[in-house]
Design a protein around this ligand. Structure first.
Ligand code: AMP
Ligand code: MG
Length: 334
């Protein structure tokens, strides 16, 4: 595996200084690692696109260190829905999209009039953002369309040109934040994540909640890569199964949700996401397992077991379908 040379450590003061000076810092959040830049500096944000090799400018999430910091970013920070959602879920894995103020550069929002904002829960992330004293624009710290990073090594494997990598070990949630857009008395779920529709309903009982709709086509006209049908893909063919085929070819890697003893002997490598069947644990291990399979030179194709779509299971299956989209499901191929 080719690792790029990238300074790595836990020096928050140094990382914050780099951000203030227009540099790039990869840092852990509780969801996945982010590739951060000063969110109010268009040139710094432009470097994010360069390093990620994103083919187009797509909107980024602005990360803040205190809930009050949203007042400088949203046009109506006193909106009751925004207050209720941020009060209930920040710090945490919920991103709120709403009308922006003029200070937010167009490169952050892809020219849209709305901005996405989140206060993460990870202690290193909070300290970094507070020390830098600026909103930090950060998409996931991976190459465009590839697996999201849940460990510092995943960032080193994919990216070149990052000025500092803040090392916080493995991320705890492991799938990207839930994204909602807020307008009038309505909330629209744009991306499933650890915060579930049930939790949202409980936090804002009066609001009209439009459920998440998986994209119908490869390019369904939605502006953002995380919302496309194919995304988060490993370098090897990936197939989702409900029942593992009796005969699997040599060179197959198998990722199970819970323990499945007898298949172990047939596969090149097997990984169990959660022996006890805990969906939160499975989410935390999902991208790590896919990275491990991608790194194993003896694994040529990956099979992954489908899981129950309840709670964070909806987000896990959403990421799995996007990762497997380029390959037909349930079949073995070369
Ligand atoms: P990432 O940070 O890589 O997980 O991706 C950020 C995601 O935030 C994008 O894929 C979009 O889905 C979403 N996003 C950011 N800003 C907006 C916005 N103004 N409107 C809708 N979605 C947004
Ligand atoms: Mg991403």
């Amino acid at each position: 595996m080719l690792m790029s040379i990238m300074e790595k450590g836990t020096d928050i003061a140094k990382a914050a200084e780099i951000l203030r000076n227009g540099g790039l810092v990869a840092f852990p959040t509780e969801t996945v690692y982010g590739l951060g830049a000063n969110g109010l500096d268009p040139l710094a944000v432009a470097r994010i696109y360069e390093v990620k090799q994103r083919p187009s400018f797509d909107p980024l999430i602005l990360h803040i260190g205190k809930p009050e910091d949203m007042t400088g970013l949203f046009r109506n920070p006193d909106d009751p829905l925004i207050l209720a959602l941020s009060g209930a879920f920040w710090p945490g894995p919920l991103t709120i999209v709403a009308e922006k103020q003029a200070v937010v550069p167009g490169i952050v929002t892809s020219g849209m009039s709305t901005v996405a904002v989140r206060m993460p829960q990870n202690e290193l992330a909070i300290q970094l953002i507070r020390t830098a004293g600026i909103p930090v624009a950060a998409p996931s710290a991976n190459l465009f369309g590839k697996l999201s990073p849940t460990m510092p090594q995943h960032v080193q494997k994919q990216l070149k040109g990052v000025d500092y990598l803040l090392d916080g070990g493995k991320t705890s949630i492991g799938v990207e934040s839930t994204i909602v857009s807020v307008s009038g008395n309505g909330i629209t779920l744009l991306r499933p994540g650890a915060v579930t529709p049930e939790q949202l309903r409980e936090a804002v009982p009066g609001a009209i909640i439009t459920p998440y709709r998986a994209p119908e086509t490869e390019d369904s006209g939605l502006a953002a890569p995380g919302l496309m049908k194919s995304h988060y893909s490993p370098e090897k063919p990936l197939y989702i199964f409900s029942k593992l085929p009796r005969q699997i070819k040599p060179g197959s890697g198998v990722i199970f949700f819970t323990e499945k003893g007898d298949a172990k002997s047939k596969a090149e490598e097997t990984i169990v996401l959660s022996p006890s069947g805990n969906l939160l644990e499975a989410a935390a291990n999902l991208f790590t397992a896919l990275h491990d399979m991608e790194n194993n030179p003896f694994v040529q194709r990956i099979f992954i077991e489908q899981i129950e779509e309840r709670g964070i299971g909806v987000a896990i299956m959403d990421r799995m379908r996007k990762a497997a989209y380029r390959h037909s499901t349930g079949q073995q191929a070369d």
